[in-house]
Design a binder for this molecule. Structure first.
Ligand code: TA6
Length: 293
């Protein structure tokens, strides 16, 4: 395997001899591509900014320390939607070749801390923190792991989420399995709570749901066969999002507008409730994306 830094030092490309590759921008530590052979597995808008002027529309943006619009009256209230992790320039910490049970992988670690945050953002959320984000590429999986450290003198509360845009051949042929009987908050219905009653969830209109206390493995089926498995550790919830035609129309950097047919966001995180991190403590959570090709 190999890990290569781009000439402009703005991105890192991981690759394996098996033909898998992944590309991560230092901006937001955003994974913008994951390929097996020549097949792209993440959706990325053709109109997405990739120069650090705006959060990436596609790939795997990182959500921290707040998910969605920051609630008034909380410590995150001055921050932008989804927080600052996806719009901050991260530091490249290290590159590692690793092997787990004979499965060779290449890993790259990124860091973001209160010391490296810009002053404006620091003023909006004045906590001391450290984030270490690891991306590991293996033959059929892409693993993403976040470590949150609190080296400071005050506890803080946070949400964290891996906002993965999975690329799919056609939204009308897929189904999402693993969420049956869970309670979810439906953001298309004013955030009201409902109970899931489908074993395989089909997407035929705008979908924006937060499933609470979800099981660790969620499968995206294509014509009833597994296409992806998203497995989380240390995370409570799963968000299912597809803006559909009406939603995509309203998103300025969404291109082509029909692109909603080729994506589904299956996002693992801890977002329904705040995670509290006491001083001198560490939290850890992650997601493994597996492609069944
Ligand atoms: O995770 C789903 C969601 O929170 C949706 O409500 C939707 O707005 C999406 O994320 C994208 O948010 P963004 O800030 O990237 O436009």
């Amino acid at each position: 395997g190999s890990i290569q830094i781009s000439d402009d030092s703005q991105s890192v490309t991981l690759s394996l001899v098996s033909g898998a590759s992944a590309k991560v921008l230092l901006y937001g530590a955003t994974v913008v591509s994951w390929k097996i052979q020549e097949r792209e597995l993440l959706w990325l808008s053709e109109a997405s900014a990739l120069d650090g002027s705006k959060a990436v529309r596609g790939g795997i943006p990182l959500v921290f320390p707040v998910f969605g619009p920051p609630p008034a009256g909380t410590a995150v209230e001055k921050l932008a939607q989804h927080g600052f992790a996806r719009t901050s320039k991260w530091n490249l910490l290290g590159r590692v070749e690793e092997e787990t049970e004979g499965d060779k992988g290449v890993r790259v670690d990124f860091g973001l801390s209160s010391d490296s945050l810009d002053d404006e953002t620091k003023a909006k959320w004045p906590y001391e923190f450290g984030l270490i984000y690891s991306v590991t590429l293996r033959e059929s999986t892409l693993e993403t792991k976040m470590v949150v450290q609190n080296p400071g003198s005050a506890a803080f509360e946070f949400n964290v989420l891996f906002h993965t845009y999975l690329r799919i051949p056609d939204v009308s042929t897929i189904g999402v399995q693993g969420l049956n009987s869970l309670t979810y908050r439906d953001k298309t219905l004013g955030g009201t709570e409902h109970q899931e009653s489908s074993d395989v969830i089909k997407i035929a209109s705008q979908t924006d749901r937060v499933y609470k206390s979800a099981p660790d493995a969620i499968t995206v089926l294509e014509d009833d066969k597994p296409l992806y498995t998203v497995t989380k550790t240390g995370l409570n919830d799963v968000v299912l999002w597809n803006p559909y035609s009406d939603g995509a129309e309203k998103i300025g950097d969404w291109e082509p507008k029909e692109g909603y047919k080729n994506m589904v966001c299956v996002e693992a995180g801890s977002v329904a409730d705040w995670q509290t991190l006491e001083q001198e403590s560490t939290w850890e959570g992650g997601v493994t994306h597996k492609a069944h090709l």
